[in-house]
Design a protein around this ligand. Structure first.
Ligand SMILES: Cc1ncc(COP(=O)(O)O)c(C=O)c1O
Length: 385
């Protein structure tokens, strides 16, 4: 085989891409694996969204290439959504760039702003894609630690002590996955001040804001933030549309234009009926989130029972689609526990180490399984010692 490029030597295949093959190999019709590992919503989008997709698809003029900037109806729906839920006014023409999910945005933003060898700051623990993409771009990755003793909050004083002068990007994820905390406004104000002082760009990755969260927040609502911050968001979790691949980036025109330069050379606009249906989803009222969160709340109480059975400790007030929990003192390896649960009980949870060194000693349970699956997992674990 032709030798692969150096840039992929520094990255591993995504943990779940490998582990799920192993999980599937253990699956059998009479004793299926209960997957409480991944955050892929199992619930359906609102019927009006499916209807919009179906109705639009029958028109003969919707099958051509679409604008690289997304269709105006989708950009307008995103702008209205930001006004309604985050009190942020965005120019729908210039300050919103629809994306094929927010994950692709992580690559586009990195390509647009980071030269090989330049510094990026990445949370530890955090979503593994920030580091993986930074590695692919041959960036210099510097981790900022989030610690249990600080309740996983940003430690602005420690961040300030890092050498920030050459930092290009600061990956922020609030509400944070996997720890389930949202950063208070004053903390974000301090971070924005640091970004202004040291001239770096904050990218807040915000896909969990609508899930089990009483206080919807966008970094763009912080005064002066839009000078130094942009936001990624998506319909994957908020509207049960992870497989549709619809997300966006929001921020100042010159920043969006730089990202568009990369995106327009890498992919084309999404299928028009999908964009129209996504716009329909964004128009759903508060009722949609109330119903969705009622389901997750119910599941969370079952997830808590599973964690109690495993003698793990956790904060009950986490935001987002997961519960992050600490292993009991007599278990040191999350990987060993996860494999024990998988092979003995056919219940799959995520080990904390995949989110970084600060995740050692922790596990993550996803709420993306139905109540019966949670109850079955509890039943299987009844004799767990
Ligand atoms: C923190 C975080 N950011 C981004 C993503 C990617 O989401 P999307 O489906 O919008 O690409 C995920 C998906 O799990 C995530 O957990």
């Amino acid at each position: 085989m032709v030798e692969t490029a150096n840039r992929i030597k520094s990255v591993e295949e995504y943990y779940f891409s490998k582990k799920l093959q192993e999980v599937r190999s253990l699956d059998s019709p009479d004793f299926p694996v209960i997957n409480l590992g991944i955050g892929s919503p199992d619930l359906a989008p609102h019927p009006s969204v499916i209807r919009a997709l179906n109705e639009a698809s029958v028109h003969p003029d919707v099958h051509a290439y679409q604008s690289y900037r997304g269709i105006p109806e989708l950009r307008k729906a995103i702008a209205d959504y930001y006004t309604r839920y985050f009190q942020v006014d965005l120019n729908a023409e210039t300050e919103i760039l629809p994306l094929v999910g927010s994950k692709e945005g992580i690559m586009h933003i990195t390509q647009a702003f980071v030269n090989p060898g330049e510094k990026v700051l990445v949370p530890n623990p955090g979503y593994p894609t920030y580091a993986a993409v930074s590695n692919l771009a041959q960036a210099d990755i510097n981790y900022y630690d989030l610690k249990e003793e600080n309740n996983w909050q940003l430690d602005i004083a420690s961040i300030e002590k890092m050498d920030l002068d050459d930092v290009k990007l600061f990956w922020l994820n609030s509400p944070h996955m996997p720890t389930g905390v949202q950063y208070p406004e004053e903390m974000l104000q301090k971070l924005v001040a640091l970004a202004k002082k040291h001239h770096f760009l904050i990218v807040n990755d915000n896909p969990y804001s609508m899930i089990l969260n009483q206080d919807y927040q966008s970094i763009l609502s912080i005064e002066g933030a839009s000078e130094v911050a942009i936001e990624l968001n998506s319909l994957s979790k908020s509207h049960n549309m992870a497989g549709w691949r619809v997300g966006w980036c929001a921020g100042k025109k010159d920043i969006i234009d730089a990202i568009l330069k990369v995106k327009s050379n890498m992919d084309s606009g999404m299928f028009k009926p999908l964009q129209l249906a996504a716009a329909e989803a964004l128009k759903l009222g508060e009722n949609w989130f109330e119903n969705l969160n009622a389901v997750y709340l119910q599941r969370r109480s079952l997830a808590e029972q599973i964690l109690n059975k495993l003698r793990c400790s956790f904060d009950k007030n986490q935001q987002g689609l997961f519960l992050w929990a600490k292993l009991p003192a007599n278990i040191s390896s999350s990987e060993e526990l996860i494999d024990h649960l998988l092979y003995e009980y056919k219940v799959f949870l995520s080990p904390g180490f995949i989110f970084g060194t600060q995740g050692h000693g922790f596990i993550r349970i996803s709420l993306c399984a139905n109540e019966n699956q949670f109850k079955m997992a509890l039943y299987r674990l009844q004799n767990y010692q």
